[in-house]
Design a protein around this ligand. Sequence first.
Ligand SMILES: Nc1ncnc2c1ncn2[C@@H]1O[C@H](COP(=O)(O)OP(=O)(O)OP(=O)(O)O)[C@@H](O)[C@H]1O
Ligand SMILES: Nc1ncnc2c1ncn2[C@@H]1O[C@H](COP(=O)(O)OP(=O)(O)OP(=O)(O)O)[C@@H](O)[C@H]1O
Length: 532
Amino acid sequence: MIEFSQVTVTYPDAARPVLSDVSLVVEEGELCLVAGPTGAGKSTLLGALNGLVPHFTGGRLSGRVVVGGFDTSLHPPRELASIVGVVGQDPLSGFVTDTVEEELAYAMEQLAVPPDVMRKRVEETLDLLGIADLRNRPLRTLSGGQQQRVAIGSVLTAHPSVVVLDEPTSALDPTAAEDVLAAITRLVHDLGTTVIVAEHRMERVAQYADRLLYLPGDGSVRSGPPAEIFETSAIAPPIAELGRLAGWSPLPLSVRDARRLAGPLRSRLRKLSVVGRSLSVTGSALDVREVVVRYGDVLAVRGVDLRVGPGEVVALMGRNGSGKSSLLWAVQGSGPRSAGKVDVGGVDPASLKPRVARQRVGLVPQTPADLLYLDSVDAECAQADTESQVPAGTARKLLDRLTPGIAGEAHPGDLSEGQRLSLVLAIQLASAPPVILLDEPTRGLDYHAKRRFAAALRELASQGHAIVLATHDVEFVATAATRVAVMAEGELVADGPTKEVVVASPAFAPQVAKILAPEPWLTVDEVAEALT
Ligand SMILES: Nc1ncnc2c1ncn2[C@@H]1O[C@H](COP(=O)(O)OP(=O)(O)OP(=O)(O)O)[C@@H](O)[C@H]1O
Ligand SMILES: Nc1ncnc2c1ncn2[C@@H]1O[C@H](COP(=O)(O)OP(=O)(O)OP(=O)(O)O)[C@@H](O)[C@H]1O
């Protein structure tokens, strides 16, 4: 269905090609996971499938890409649209209509699908993705995860023979991610659709994948069964890393398979204790009282109380649309707040000018690109140093720590998703306000980058900063957060130490916890530390 023959892609001014002499075949009806480090070229590979690369991104592509019998160099993306459906990394920028229903119907209208078929498929898709109650909503008013579901739905309705998804679950809560992947797997089985998914949260996808295309970052692509490639790959999901540590062979990819193998490891660990990271918190850096956020008829946040002490890293979790982003923006002061009080060091940030408020409460938004407007990485870093009155080079040092190797002269718009996020994180963390809020801050980051980011957050916390991050990334929460607060329908419904909250809830438990339950281990690092 898909064939790359000696494909090389080079972006203008790049020192070396992103993809170098890549040849591979993906069969019809395969579900294929594309993985590898941040900036390795995954989106580039995906873009080559519908001709976006190089027709729209610039750069040069040599070799041949054939999809469903069409050579993508001879057919512009518009002509390939009936064969290849693409869901990009930023759903909002891909929307062409105003409301949910219109968006779901749009691709079918372009293909002149008969109205009765169209109607039926829209209804099916609304149910399949659990968004029936949002059907008349303007797309701009949806939460990040709701937008992502609509974006996926709008591609599925047209029944293309190849579906390409770039990090499709990054904004989805864990349960929604499972549902969406189940829907996609059903497509593969029932319609023989070929699905290509790039995903950093491999723990969510690896078990469904027939094939892994692994990009180590040197321009090459390895193609094969996931379990085989994970034996040696630098980036692998926690389940595979645990399997490597325990010497399991072949490596399991589902929690169920791993549990069958984990008996001996569990008994060994039972005699050891988890290295505790207990925290005694004194005082409060952030005090949120009875905060309410209302948008017209939608009550997004219903009287939330939250106190965060210096040194805490609080993960705000909860279903899509449960009010996490609304709460963060209301706390930071630039979002709507219908009632309630926020206290940061004796002041309500909403009462301050935005510039002054930012020195007390920083917020990294869900679409971090909004914060970048200069024309090079160096310029952004220099500006951040000046604005936050920190020594020159501070932001750049942080950036190198999070994701090394990004060229200073690169245009922020040309960076990969993970590189761009790292840049925004570096800029925001350089100013290091006492309270740092982060909205879904791990998109595009590989497991190593997330470890380094977690370490940077812990370091800030140990210096007395208070950190709140809204996220669906259960593996990241397990490494980074000291405490977890769960929201449901605008209210806080659970709040406690990370270990207690995530082990108690299957939806929020990381893979290691599920495999080793009832033993209280959350990460491969903890297990490795105890075994040495
Ligand atoms: N339009 C462009 N012009 C110049 N360089 C680009 C362009 N698009 C991507 N790049 C560079 O090519 C490399 C690969 O980017 P790509 O987006 O394909 O990576 P990725 O593996 O998808 O990354 P992520 O995991 O962060 O999403 C990066 O170094 C990026 O900076
Ligand atoms: N401008 C708006 N107008 C109307 N409703 C809105 C608006 N912004 C958000 N909402 C609704 O408020 C609710 C909470 O949204 P919010 O973005 O805070 O949720 P969230 O927990 O951050 O979700 P996600 O995990 O998907 O990012 C959702 O039902 C959303 O559709």
